[in-house]
Design a protein. Structure first.
Length: 418
């Protein structure tokens, strides 16, 4: 694992999930269903949780959504799903939490955007939400977003800046205001009576350098745990790359206690993709392991056949499909490395360096595929059934190297599922 030194922070319990302190960095996500649609929201929460989301946030924006929250919680518990739920409140959270105490109690955390708690009575509404958090013994995430920054505070900072002999740029003033809003809101929450171990901070922006700058400053200024990510990261490759760039820079510095990739899915797309990207970022940095990793070459003129690409994809999907079972039966299997290589140039070397690997023949090479285990040649496969044979060898390797003395029944379960 990585030797990155984590920033020291207070630990906050979100349900039964510890955030900050010495706890592992937590992956979280958010539903995009209409929360009042109980069944659809429950199914998406379960899907996100099964993908690896350790905390799930839901929108609570009106009476119907608030009334649905305890029903959602009840259905999840009936299916033995105990993932903590976070209520996302804007504009009317002070009213909903007072009017629907059952919803407040069913949630594991409240998320407040200090720029969206009202207009003239902003501080009063913010304090009302904090008071409800204290009453129901819930933590709060104070989530500052530049798209909804407290305009009154921003105007004040702009006026102060204009009076300076050497005024800053408007962009720099906005960044200062992001930091100030987080600091000021946390102080206000504590002045109302919220304990410091009930506060999580986020300061999200949509440009990589901005979010890095703000979190570096917040990390030095405050000792609350930090929820890190870009806001409105975007779609597809842009959203994935931007989020990875920002998170990697911060995580490498030890900044970040819980993360989310706010990826815009295609219509009907898989919401859990953002969860898997978070996991891959953490795993690529050597911070946490979630699923065995597949090493595969990019292909070149020596690999006209697409067979090695198809097998690499098949093995990767197989590993992810098996993890819900393997995670419980074979602890440590998430650290396994598998190589599926396409020719003799780097194939044998990469396969030897993996826990288990196969080097498939390239164009014009002899039609054989040596298999290596823990650096040693294990066998050589030939013929049309190489993929299936390699998968069987992989299963045997997992059972032999990660299995516990839990009886034959668990092995039979894995074999039947496989």
């Amino acid at each position: 694992m990585s030797d990155i030194k984590r920033r020291d922070s207070i630990q906050v319990m979100v349900g039964d999930v510890p955030v900050g302190g010495k706890a592992p960095i937590v992956v979280q996500s958010m539903t995009n269903t209409d929360t009042s649609d109980v069944d659809a929201t429950v199914e998406q929460i379960k899907h996100l949780h099964n993908a690896g989301s350790e905390i799930v946030r839901i929108t609570v924006n009106n009476d119907d959504a608030a009334q649905a929250v305890p029903k959602i919680k009840e259905k999840l518990l009936a299916d033995d799903v105990t993932v903590p739920l976070v209520g996302d409140f804007h504009y009317n959270g002070h009213k909903l939490l007072v009017d629907y105490p059952e919803a407040a109690q069913a949630l594991s955390k409240f998320r407040i955007n200090p720029g969206n708690t009202g207009t003239k009575t902003r501080d009063e509404n913010f304090c009302t939400i904090v008071e409800q958090a204290i009453k129901h013994e819930k933590p709060v995430r104070i989530g500052v977003n530049w798209g909804s920054l407290d305009q009154k505070l921003l105007a004040k900072k702009m006026d102060e800046n204009s009076e300076l002999e050497n005024p800053k740029s408007s962009k720099q003033v906005m960044l200062d205001t992001m930091v100030e809003s987080a600091r000021r809101s946390a102080e206000l929450a504590e002045s109302v009576g919220l304990a410091s171990n009930k506060i999580i901070i986020s300061c999200k922006m949509s440009h990589v350098q901005d979010v890095v700058h703000v979190y570096e400053r917040i990390a030095e200024l405050l000792d609350y745990p930090l929820h890190v990510g870009l806001t409105e990261a975007g779609m597809g490759m842009k959203g994935t790359v931007s989020s990875t760039a920002a998170l990697s820079v911060l995580l490498q510095q030890g900044i970040g206690d819980t993360i989310r990739v706010s990826l815009t899915p295609k219509p009907g797309g898989d919401r859990a993709k953002e969860v898997r990207i978070c996991q891959q970022i953490l795993q690529s940095l050597g911070i946490r392991n979630f699923v065995p990793q597949v090493t595969a070459c990019p292909g070149c003129g020596r690999t006209n056949s697409t067979y090695f690409q198809e097998l690499a994809d098949e093995i990767q999907d197989y590993l992810r499909d098996m993890m819900p079972i393997w995670r419980d039966v074979y602890p440590g299997v998430e650290e396994m490395n598998v190589a599926v290589m396409g020719c003799v140039v780097n194939g044998p070397g990469e396969s030897r360096n993996a826990n288990i690997g196969i080097s498939l023949p390239g164009t014009f090479e002899e039609p054989k595929a040596p298999v290596y285990m823990d650096g040693e040649h294990y066998t050589t496969l030939r013929g049309d059934g190489i993929g299936e044979e390699f998968r069987n060898i992989l299963d045997e390797y997992v059972m032999r190297n990660y299995g516990q003395s839990n009886g034959q029944e668990e092995q039979e379960t894995v074999e039947e599922t496989g």
